[in-house]
Design a protein around this ligand. Structure first.
Ligand SMILES: Nc1ncnc2c1ncn2[C@@H]1O[C@H](COP(=O)(O)OP(=O)(O)O)[C@@H](O)[C@H]1O
Ligand SMILES: [Mg+2]
Length: 242
């Protein structure tokens, strides 16, 4: 890869040596979310260190997607706060929040959300374009190679399989080297064999980039590879028995 970068973990350790405090990649404090009288979750507190891989498990409907959307500042909450790379999302206006999200975050969804009218290369280049960078070719090429899609830059999404679409989404989520990747059941729409290969790729790429990962998953195999597994319930979030 031509662009110079420092793994977040290494950055973290060297900053610690120099005595500069490094904020968590993500901090969530006492977060609560309600729809009218219905509480989705009441008191969610967690920290994700730079480079850390945290899996979140929980029953369907318990609020995992809602929580991830709050972490990204894409949904509203009723109490508590979310700090992304040390910045309190509540203190930012919509524009500043969007800028921070573009710079500091990658997101991978169960349903891929690859833009249908852009080709593969354009989809992967999008986060860089949104950051005002126009020299995207080398970074896009390197990302496509890293996810095994070299040579497919000119394909349209409709010409790809589900596994290939999710590889495009992974490349797009990491091309701008965010400190944190949020992934919401990223292999939930794939057959078991493809799911296992895409999960391997996702985790390997996150590690290679030194990014922190918050992964919502029903896959026990994937959760077993996390540094920590947290169980979300209506009462809050806690370490899951392993
Ligand atoms: N707009 C909405 N109005 C009311 N309830 C909602 C709305 N969106 C989601 N919910 C409810 O919030 C809960 C959490 O949903 P979700 O975050 O998708 O759960 P999970 O991802 O864990 O399956 C569900 O019970 C769902 O029905
Ligand atoms: Mg969900």
């Amino acid at each position: 890869m031509s662009t110079a970068w420092t793994p977040q973990g290494a950055q973290h350790r060297s900053a610690q040596r120099e005595g500069t405090p490094v904020p968590p990649a993500l901090a969530v404090d006492g977060l609560a979310k309600r729809y009218g009288e219905t509480t989705v979750f009441a008191d969610v507190t967690l920290r994700v260190a730079p480079g850390e891989f945290v899996a979140i498990v929980g029953e369907s409907g318990v609020g995992k997607s809602t929580l991830l959307n709050c972490m990204a500042g894409l949904d509203h909450w009723d109490a508590g706060r979310v700090l992304l790379a040390g910045q309190d999302l509540s203190a930012l206006d919509d524009d500043a929040r969007a800028r921070l999200r573009r710079q500091a975050l990658g997101f991978v969804f169960q349903a891929f959300h690859v833009l249908p009218h852009l080709d593969v290369g354009q989809n992967v280049a999008l986060p860089l374009m949104l950051l005002g960078r126009h020299d995207t070719d080398a970074a896009v090429h390197a990302m496509l190679e890293a996810v095994g899609l070299q040579g497919l830059a000119a394909r349209l999404p409709q010409q790809l399989s589900g596994g290939q679409l999710q590889r495009v989404a992974i490349a797009r989520a990491l091309v701008h080297r965010p400190g944190l990747l949020l992934a919401d059941e990223p292999t939930g729409n794939l057959d078991p064999g493809t799911a296992a290969r895409v999960m391997d790729l996702l985790i390997a790429q996150v590690r290679a980039h030194g990014a922190a990962l918050v992964l919502v998953t029903h896959s026990e195999a994937a959760a077993a590879r996390a540094d920590r597994v947290l169980h979300l319930t209506a009462q809050g979030i806690a370490d899951a028995p392993r």
